[in-house]
Design a protein around this ligand. Structure first.
Ligand code: CLF
Ligand code: SF4
Length: 308
């Protein structure tokens, strides 16, 4: 029997009730809120510029002049980032989470770990949240545990190599470039190994998938089931922002989004309040962004993708 042939009743036995940890986080962390949004805020520190894979929808650029999706206004050093946290906390008492979600991958450069060490020292009350594409997760799991990451998001867009090869062009892993299906096979294997390793360290893991119509929109149940089996506790589906090499694709319709979420929910708890955050967002997701008050000059760039 395939996963898609499972009845709802059978599937429900595979999806145990949310853990105590998830319930606890639900009131403290805006991206782990079950039910209604909890109005808590997060501050994203854009300290991770580089990436080691090439998603076809991604169009990153680090500069202060362009105004288009995929551009972030600035990259902070770890020391600058700590100063930003200090100023943000003074502006808003609702900030509970320091997150690092790009603009590239948090594990491709050492800056996210350096930043979390400084943040832990100075603001131990804040939850530390990291988002990654997962390629290096298993390799770096000990360091991740050592810096004390409380919540982890891994973006898994497919678990079938032929389909993932349509979403991702290439990876660079341990100094070697891989393309096509070979790259996809390695990425999937490394992501699932990373999720298993993080689960073994008792980390709370959320998996994000970008919903790409025509490629993975009928596959969300299979992806959700696979990551749940690996140890993920929460699932978030992010609708594609048509961009870069996927600019010609349609954005998912509301019906496609609803169908995908329902499909995932047969296997895993689904987060429903995602706001497609920028890599330098500050405040409650969906609420007023405090970035204008923190940064002297910030270029507006709606729809900038960050993994979240
Ligand atoms: Fe940031 Fe992501 Fe942590 Fe949240 S965002 S690193 S888990 S603190 Fe949240 Fe934004 Fe959606 Fe991400 S609403 S894009 S899920
Ligand atoms: Fe890298 Fe994220 Fe862009 Fe994918 S979306 S290429 S993981 S920065």
């Amino acid at each position: 029997m395939t996963i898609t042939e499972l009845t709802l009743q059978e599937a429900s036995t595979l999806a145990p009730a949310p853990s105590c940890r998830l319930n606890e986080l639900s009131s403290k962390h805006p991206c782990f809120a079950l039910g209604k949004p909890n109005k808590k805020g997060r501050i994203h520190l854009p300290v991770s510029p580089g990436c080691n894979i090439a998603c076809r929808f991604c169009e990153r650029s680090i500069n202060r002049s362009e105004q288009r999706p995929g551009v972030t206004a600035q990259v902070l050093t770890p020391i600058e980032a700590v100063d930003v946290v200090e100023r943000a906390i003074k502006l808003s008492s609702d900030l509970t989470v320091v997150g690092i979600a790009g603009p590239g991958d948090t594990l491709a450069t050492p800056y996210a770990f350096q930043t979390f060490r400084l943040v832990r020292e100075q603001f131990p009350q804040m939850l530390r949240c990291m988002s990654t594409n997962g390629l290096l997760l298993a390799d770096k799991i000990d360091e991740l545990a050592e810096v004390g990451v409380d919540t982890l998001t891994v973006t898994v867009n497919e678990v079938d190599p032929a389909r993932l090869a349509q979403i991702n062009d290439r990876i660079v892993y341990r100094g070697r470039l891989y393309t096509g299906i070979e790259a996809a096979e390695i990425l999937i294997e490394r992501q699932l190994a990373g999720i298993r390793a993080a689960a073994a360290h008792n980390m709370m893991i959320k998996v994000n998938s970008v919903l790409v119509p025509g490629i993975n929109d009928q596959r969300i149940g299979v992806i959700a089931h696979t990551v749940k089996q690996a140890g993920a506790g929460l699932y978030n589906m992010i609708p594609l922002i048509p961009n870069a090499k996927m600019a010609h694709l349609p954005a998912p319709t509301c019906a496609q989004i609803d169908h995908a979420r329902s499909d995932a929910e047969r296997f895993i708890t689904v987060f429903r309040h995602c706001q497609h955050c920028r890599a330098d967002a500050i405040g409650a997701p969906g609420g007023k962004d405090l970035g204008e008050q923190i940064y002297q000059k910030r270029i507006r760039h709606e729809n900038t993708f960050s993994h979240g």
